[in-house]
Design a protein around this ligand. Structure first.
Ligand code: KG4
Ligand code: ZN
Length: 343
């Protein structure tokens, strides 16, 4: 099946053409990062307006790169949630308009489901697996038994990992979004220079907490007037990254051990992080795990990943119909419950 996939959940306008939910024919993205950078974070109204300007050119670009036209497309998958409602509505309305005019089936996909199945675009992954989804809005550990069959094992109790990276980046005066900037600076610093806390490391749960770690960085900055110097900045970044990654890796290790599952997927924007990738590779080596971390372009927001579950649902006759709406919050466990007796 040849699918047009669309994602406008946050600040990237994305469209892709995906064949059989596995082969990327195109993956087009218009980033708004520069426009939000002046505000130090995503401004919802600006995001919606930029999506409105970019959505048609981005879809046309995806079709052009894939060397197809709308006449070749057999179905549409669009992110329904979670995300910024005003942003989501642009993608959802566009998908519905195309579906209506071209008489195509349309399916509303969960953005987090897209992240955790993005690895399928690089090769086969067998079920079950444990997935760590780390993005700007999520830090969740899931057990995945099939498409549409997800169980939350743990999650952040406050900030998401990406949110913590971006907030610390802001404290350090780094450009938005701070995640990638901290990662780059961390490479030049000493991860043992400052002993930042490892929140909830030994609480026996699979939950996370990052707000205390962020406050520890703030306290350090207030106590050390020279903390903004180049060398100290790199040390703060390296030490913060060491603390964040140690918690992410060790909680994932605990979830793997408790489930007895030896297959791990790491997904979402923070999965681009070099420290996290190294930590997970080390864990996989030590515990002989099968590890899947997609290439960075498939970890951050993109539409190709929406095509993976989209293809599965449409080929199994599950469609959304033109009453499809956007959802700001949409936990994966709710999605799984809705498929009880269907999948
Ligand atoms: O998945 P994503 O593109 O969008 C959401 O669904 O949130 O994730 C964006 C998040 C941002 O917080 C960004 O700072 C973070 O991923 N990020 C990183 C890196 N690259 C992106 N965080 C740490 N290290 C990176 N290299
Ligand atoms: Zn995302």
């Amino acid at each position: 099946m040849l699918l047009l996939a669309i994602d406008t959940s946050c600040d990237e306008t994305a469209a892709a053409v995906v064949k059989d939910g596995r082969v990327i024919l195109s993956n087009s993205i218009a980033s708004q990062v520069k426009e939000h950078a002046d505000y130090g974070g995503v401004v919802p109204e600006i995001a919606s307006r930029r999506h409105l300007e970019s959505i048609v050119p981005v879809i046309n670009e995806a079709l052009r790169q894939a060397k197809v036209t709308l006449a070749d497309i057999e179905g549409i998958a669009v992110t329904k949630g979670p995300g910024l409602v005003g942003a989501l509505l642009v993608g959802v309305s566009t998908a519905k308009a195309i579906a209506c005019v071209r008489k195509l089936p349309v399916i509303g996909v969960n953005h987090i489901e897209g992240h955790l199945l993005a690895a399928f675009l690089e090769g086969p992954v067998e079920f079950p697996f444990i997935a760590l989804v780390v993005s700007g809005g999520h830090t969740h550990l899931y057990r995945v038994d099939g498409v549409g069959r997800y169980r939350t094992l743990g999650q952040t109790l406050d900030d998401a990992a990406g949110e913590a990276y971006d907030k610390v980046g802001k404290l350090l005066g780094l450009p938005y979004p701070g995640g990638a900037a901290i990662d780059r600076l961390a490479a030049q610093g000493d991860p043992a220079a400052i002993k930042f806390p490892r929140p909830l490391l030994h609480d026996g749960s699979c939950n996370f907490s990052f707000s205390g770690l962020k406050t520890a960085v703030l306290n350090h900055l207030q106590k050390q007037p020279r903390a903004g110097d180049e060398g100290s900045l790199a040390n703060i970044c390296a030490s913060f990254q060491a603390a964040a990654c140690e918690v992410l890796v060790s909680k994932t290790a605990a979830a793997m051990a408790a489930s007895g599952i030896k297959r791990l997927v790491v997904a979402g924007g923070v999965a681009c992080n070099s420290g996290l990738r190294r930590g997970m590779e080390q864990l996989a080596k030590e515990q002989q795990l099968e590890l899947h971390i997609p290439a960075p372009l498939l970890c951050t927001d993109n539409a190709a990943m929406i095509g993976v579950p989209g293809d599965f649902y449409l080929t199994n006759g599950i469609t959304s119909g033109l009453e499809l709406d956007a959802l700001a919050n949409w936990p994966l466990d709710t999605l799984t419950a809705s498929f009880e007796g269907v999948l």
